[in-house]
Design a binder for this molecule. Structure first.
Ligand code: NAD
Length: 379
């Protein structure tokens, strides 16, 4: 058994999801490398100490630079907002640390290029937390597509709908609302929600080559949570695009925080020559599948409940009929990443893989600004 000392940056939503995954992974997924929660870093000393106590971290830091400088840290895990991903990841790679980084990889693809160069020059293992790839139903969709069950794919449709910023009283900047401040988030729903849809789509269906997009900012001014002053809103509240995939199929994507009633409705649908697939985050343990090759009298949409041990990841959890949820996707991600380190076969998405998503989100924003079809730059 080998130990791997984790240094986590950030203790918010993803700090909890990642800590939970590092703690549980070896209870469920046997393996050679065992993560140790060595240190957590946050700027507020009292809060970071309380977090360390709750989650079992051995120590704390209040400056990520001090965390990276420590000899007893092997892996830096970045669970902080988007504007600090680049600086922390590049410094960590330079110091020879393994790097895991939350999505989106970077503020834009230009910064993403520098991050990819840094981890590759340092030769350190790296991964971006696009966790939806590791929902068992989504992994099963990948397996069905890869073995040709859908045949030629014609359409890929995805939505990510929320409703939490409809009120003009929601401020921009600060804890919980940094996503509304473009200087911290990079963009609005394009880099936040669409990025998830794009990562899954390019993994399942290959590269997106061109897009035509439109975005909208419904609330133009919001209070800056630091100064209390009204400030122009520079993020996109809603983002939609049509596009083309390399394999000839067509893309239709939408993300918004203005779909009243929807909290985190991520859905995808893929239509192929022989079969179609549908998946929905609110019912994440099911894959909907229609196979035109079924006997005609019985043909129809099947709702596959993923809980059996021959379905992806499920042999490691409970018993047939009993489902798992959101938190488990992070456990799967850590399990695959550690396995990749042990076997020398890097698990995806690496920084280079995740950069492909930043290239598409850059093209979406450029197209929305110009009103023109825009090619996605190749990685
Ligand atoms: N994979 C997913 O499903 C998913 C879901 C939510 C968020 N995210 C991504 O995770 C990242 C964090 O999002 P979140 O929802 O956890 O945010 P959050 O606001 O809940 O937490 C962010 C944490 O980062 C800390 N932080 C901010 N600046 C820092 C700095 N300079 N040094 C140290 N700590 C700093 C904050 O104090 C806080 O603890 C973002 O990049 C976001 O896009 C991914």
């Amino acid at each position: 058994m080998k130990t791997l000392n984790v240094g986590m940056v950030g203790y918010g939503l993803m700090g909890r999801a990642h800590s939970n995954a590092f703690r549980k992974v070896r209870n469920f997924f046997p393996g050679e490398i065992h993560p140790v929660l060595k240190a957590v870093c946050g700027r507020d000393e009292a809060k970071v100490k309380a977090f360390a106590e709750t989650w079992g971290y051995e120590s704390t830091e209040t400056d990520w630079r001090a965390l990276i400088a420590r000899d007893d840290i092997d892996l830096i895990d970045i669970a902080a907002p988007n504007n600090v991903h680049g600086e922390i990841a590049m410094a960590a790679a330079k110091a020879g640390k393994i790097v895991m980084c939350e999505k989106p990889l970077a503020m834009n693809a230009g910064q993403g290029d520098a991050m990819v160069a840094a981890v590759e020059a340092a030769g350190v293992a790296n991964m971006v937390w696009y966790n939806y790839r590791r929902v068992p139903a989504v992994t099963l969709a990948k397996q069905l597509i890869d073995r040709g069950d859908l045949g030629k794919i014609f359409h890929y449709r995805a939505n990510f709908l929320q409703d939490w910023t409809i009120s003009a009283d929601v401020p921009q900047g600060g804890p919980g609302t940094w996503r509304l401040d473009a200087s911290v988030a990079g963009s609005g729903v394009t880099g936040d929600l669409l990025a998830h849809c794009i990562d899954t789509a390019q993994w399942l269906n290959g590269g997106i080559t061109s897009v035509t997009a439109t975005t909208e900012t419904f609330v133009k001014e919001r209070t800056d949570s630091a100064t209390g002053e009204k400030k122009e809103v520079k993020i996109d509240d809603a983002s939609m695009f049509m596009g083309r995939f390399e394999n000839g199929s067509l893309a239709l994507f939408e993300a918004t925080r203005y779909a009243r009633g929807h909290k985190a409705l991520y859905t995808l649908e893929i239509n192929g020559e022989h079969a179609s697939l549908k998946w929905d985050l609110h019912d994440l343990h099911r894959l909907q599948y229609f196979n035109h090759r079924d006997e005609s009298v019985l043909r129809g949409w099947r709702s596959i409940h993923l809980s059996d041990s021959d379905q992806p990841y499920m042999d490691k959890w409970w018993i047939p009929g009993v489902q798992i949820g959101f938190e488990h996707t992070f456990v799967h991600q850590v399990a695959d990443f550690l396995e990749g380190i042990a076997t020398g076969k890097p698990a995806a998405p690496t920084f280079r893989d995740a950069l492909k998503t930043d290239r598409v989100t850059d093209a979406v924003l450029a197209s929305a600004a110009s009103g023109q079809w825009t090619d996605v730059a190749s990685v």
